[in-house]
Write a protein that binds this ligand. Structure first.
Ligand code: SAH
Length: 298
């Protein structure tokens, strides 16, 4: 969905058209729209009380506050049983088909998106919308990112590699959805959230999924996790004016980082660390995320 456009009005129960995006496709043949570049978090940005985006990440540097480290116990992903057809496997499969139509090619990413029950990360009142291609509010003026951008960022991070990435860091856990998807394609995933109640909400959402290779941290993600070492992939789920140097420094040589950059007009960037002191940057597409903010809250 493009920036500034209102999402289509939904009637309940949703038709499969709306869930699969075919309604959008039908509409677009009648009335041309901008390319589907919007990504995450317009709703939240609109209502966010703090409007300042940090221009200099290093200016806010302070010791990482990481008292709450949650290790989740092992098992496979097992969605809670539900009677609603809207949260069934079929609806999730329809989302996967739509992602493929939107250009997501990496089979491992599509499989990861299919494995994670997105409706379990959304409050019950909105769960019927879990598989539409939109960001949704998760509280504290934040949102769960739209499925397309979650898949897209992970795809560019993976760069088509055969196996799993080894160590990945996510900045902005939110409700924990993207972290759960990442955990399907990486050996170890670390995710940092600066808003304590959201960190706790993510921990609760993830508890029953029992994902052994995911660690949640409460703290300022702009500082990264220097105590963990270097990461072969880093994803930012919130947009700053630039990518914090601390995160660039925590990339492994050959590692990749995907991040939205900007305020109103944001772009998705892919940064590669080619040598110890050399990074390359590629601009991929327009996007819209909530702001990256320094420090912690709550
Ligand atoms: N990954 C989420 C998206 C969450 S929205 C998903 O699965 O959909 C982005 C999140 O980034 C918000 O929860 C916000 O609080 C968080 N955030 C913003 N700045 C941050 C920072 N400096 N450190 C950690 N989290 C941050």
């Amino acid at each position: 969905m493009s920036q500034g456009q209102e999402p289509p009005k939904k009637r309940f129960p949703l038709t499969l058209d709306l869930v699969t995006g075919t309604a959008d496709r039908k509409r677009s043949s009648a009335a041309p729209r901008l390319n589907s570049l919007q990504t995450a978090t317009r709703n939240a940005a609109k209502h966010a009380p703090e409007s300042k985006v940090v221009a200099s990440p290093t200016a806010s540097a302070r010791p990482l506050n990481t008292p709450a480290v949650t290790k989740l116990a092992p098992t496979v992903i097992q969605p809670r049983s539900t009677n609603s057809p809207l949260v069934s496997d079929a609806v999730r499969k329809a989302m996967i088909q739509r992602l493929a139509q939107q250009g997501i090619k990496d089979a491992k990413v599509l499989a990861a998106m299919e494995a994670v029950p997105r409706h379990m990360f959304i409050e019950p009142g909105l769960a019927s919308q879990a598989y539409i291609d939109a960001s949704l509010p998760i509280g504290y003026h934040q949102t769960i990112s739209q499925p397309y951008i979650v898949a897209r960022m992970i795809e560019v991070l993976r760069d088509g590699i055969e196996g799993k990435m080894s160590r990945v860091l996510e900045i902005g856990t939110g409700c924990g959805y993207q972290a759960a998807v990442l955990a399907q394609v990486a050996e170890q995933v670390y995710s940092i959230e600066r808003i304590r109640p959201l960190h706790e909400q993510a921990r609760n959402n993830l508890r029953s999924l029992l994902i052994p290779n995911l660690r949640l941290h409460y703290g300022d993600g702009m500082l990264g996790l220097p105590q963990v070492g270097s990461f072969d992939g880093i994803i930012l789920a919130a947009a700053g004016m630039e990518v914090p140097q601390a995160l660039l420094d925590q990339m492994a040589i050959g590692g990749r980082l995907a991040a939205p950059v900007g305020t109103k007009n944001q772009e998705l960037r892919l940064i590669r660390r080619v040598r110890r002191n050399e990074w390359t940057t590629e601009t991929l597409e327009r996007c819209h995320f909530v702001p990256l903010r320094p420090g912690t809250f709550g």
